[in-house]
Design a protein around this ligand. Sequence first.
Ligand code: FAD
Ligand code: DHB
Length: 394
Amino acid sequence: MRAQVGIVGAGPAGLLLSHLLALRGVESVVVEARSRAYCEARQRAGVLEDGSVRLLRAAGLAGRLDRQGLEHGGIYLQFAGERHHIDFRALTGGRTVTIYAQTEVVKDLIAQRLAQGGAVHFDVTDTEVDRLESDKPVLRYTSSDGRRHEVVCDAIAGCDGFHGICRPAIPRHLLTVNEREYPYAWLGILADVPPSTDELIYAHHARGFALHSLRSLTVSRLYLQVDRDVSIESWPDERVWYELRTRFELPGSRWTLKEGPVLDKSVTPMRSFVSAPMRYGRLFLAGDAAHIVPPTGAKGLNLAIADVAMLAPALASLLRGDLGPARAYSAACLSRVWRATHFSWWMTTMLHRAPGADDMEAQLQLSQLRYVATSPAAATSLAENYTGYPELPI
Ligand code: FAD
Ligand code: DHB
């Protein structure tokens, strides 16, 4: 079989790349290890940057996003029993973020690709990439009916996430890998209850970080800092709600946390990881395959979108014989990746309580939080990073 571009992974990066290529007249084959139902149900991110929304809109993918997405003009930072609003609109000249779940982005992308006759193969096994140094790299996989396929491509995109097979296909000595694991994790719940807040609350607390997010006007998404090696069984629903109530409590105010049935519960480890370069021969990595950020700051999904916004035109140029943009791809992405890596690390270390942290550490965090809450200069830095920096050129 032949395809101009072989894409490994039907997460946001792989699916959006396939769509952006189709808009440029480039055909691709997407292979995915999981089922369609699994990809559409996997609970992950929920915040789209301004530029991500504009890109999805420009690509004709924002029908449901424009109807159901919730535009937020800021966040709350809570610490020392006070809740402060950071006003993105005022600080950044009108920029906002939009609450629209990754599950919905993925559903929209799958529906669009299939409606347009795009090749997306779910439930594949034994994916392999080969001959990456040649100008005819090869993608092999076994389809769900047990047949083995070999697709000869002009380029391959590794959009297969952190645990995929594409990054390990690059000779290790050619990669520079920077990695940091954090000594805590996030326990996330989806709850069938209207959110108790109009905008997200990021809370610093002596018992650990908590985040109040949402998925709609009737469904809340909440996160708690927990120990890294925690077992989910040790967090029954009552314990989760108790801890959320405690960490969001605002002494002296009438604010309360609404509680409801827990629809989903999972634990996410936290790590910063950047593997460079993001290209090897005709293999191009995008999204979590090349980099991971801790979730504080909601950058993971947005970085995946930004990568493929660069990769699609670069691959279209490559197919026309102009290799310049493909050669520039890695460096162009890594500049944004490192900005987001720093921002996510900064938000994470400012808001979480590290095991064994002393009062000095806590006072430094509180001083930084108070600075952000009271200085327009400091708040602007948070606001422009949170809404996306640099702005996507759309
Ligand atoms: P993925 O979404 O991981 O997609 C990769 C796809 O490749 C998957 O569908 C996978 O099944 C497939 N694949 C893997 N190996 C193969 C193979 N060998 N063959 C074929 N297919 C393969 N970000 C936030 O901003 N906020 C959050 O709250 C948040 N929570 C998260 C929770 C979890 C558990 C995880 C893992 C990530 C979370 N993230 C969050 C990060 C965000 O969801 C990711 O950055 C985003 O999914 C990246 O998209 P992607 O397409 O690069 O990778
Ligand atoms: C969500 C996740 C994040 O990591 C974050 O910083 C904000 C919101 C969410 O899933 O809604």
